[in-house]
Design a protein around this ligand. Sequence first.
Ligand SMILES: NC(=O)c1ccc[n+]([C@@H]2O[C@H](COP(=O)([O-])OP(=O)(O)OC[C@H]3O[C@@H](n4cnc5c(N)ncnc54)[C@H](O)[C@@H]3O)[C@@H](O)[C@H]2O)c1
Length: 329
Amino acid sequence: MTILVTGGAGYIGSVTVEALRHAGSRVAVVDNLSRGHRAAVAAEVPFYEGDVRDSTLIRRIVEEQHIEACVHFAALTYVGESVQEPDRYYANNVGATVNLLDALTTAGVRRFVFSSTCATYGEPLRVPLDESHPQHPENPYGWTKFFVERELELFEANYGLRFAALRYFNAAGAIAARGEDHTPESHLIPLCLQVALGQRQGLTVFGQDYDTADGSCIRDYVHVQDLADAHLAALDHLAGGGSSQFLNLGTGRGWSVLEVIEAARRITGHEIPLEVGSRRAGDASSLVADASQASSELGWCARIPDLQDIVASAWTWHRAHPDGYGKHQ
Ligand SMILES: NC(=O)c1ccc[n+]([C@@H]2O[C@H](COP(=O)([O-])OP(=O)(O)OC[C@H]3O[C@@H](n4cnc5c(N)ncnc54)[C@H](O)[C@@H]3O)[C@@H](O)[C@H]2O)c1
């Protein structure tokens, strides 16, 4: 069986491709390289540079590679950008996924793992969040993921699709050969490490007046290898006839922005100057997962839950790849 990985040249996708290969699965990648890197995908993996909106291409890949399941990472992923350009986000994230689902189910592929997000919950009513928490996204990015979740239910009801919608909390960390290289970078840990590498002067903490112990936002950081493992477990679950699922992926432990910066200071040995700015629209105060359902349904739990280990793995990668995958890749 071959797994089609969309967005496999991106951060989480490229790590998952490696995990699948390591587990002995055959993989093919489609990515339009709008945000990804060709060098993040091993040369021996069949790679299709193209857009998931191209139904003809998707049907061709399914036929050429004998695709039986799809893991769909491809999306635009910046909350702030989604506020500026919501139409682009709806087209690329919702419209494209409907096209992809249509092309896949028409070609007979009915197992699908989807990258959803804790951003579908909005401001939490209670923490930790379990999957029954009401979903009311605070920004267009979160809404695009919410609408895809509803599309998945429709494709299940009408076309027999079975899916796992995995609601990641904050992906972080790296493996030896794959790490986080986003342009522009907006994620806290790589921003800290870029300061430590002398590539930035300092960073801004957006709001220190939240109702948390130190006033900064709290997030649940989940190691990218753990996320990749969850995708393998979800694919096994679906291949074994398991039912469709919406599942949180997190560690159950939150860390404040200031705690993350402190961890980065300790690990890098660099001062990481910061200034406190105003709150950003759409930032929830505290997002921490109750991931017990992923444990009961998939047998999954985070194996690298400690922030120190997560930041240290990212630092190892950033030091070895100070320019990421390189400007032109
Ligand atoms: N990084 C996180 O903390 C996080 C948290 C929750 C959910 N997610 C979701 O996980 C997925 C992967 O996130 P990431 O951080 O690896 O992002 P990323 O930007 O590194 O990877 C996304 C990849 O998709 C590709 N892509 C985008 N639109 C495409 C299209 N229309 N056709 C083909 N390729 C396309 C990009 O070129 C890129 O390689 C995304 O769906 C994101 O919304 C990420």
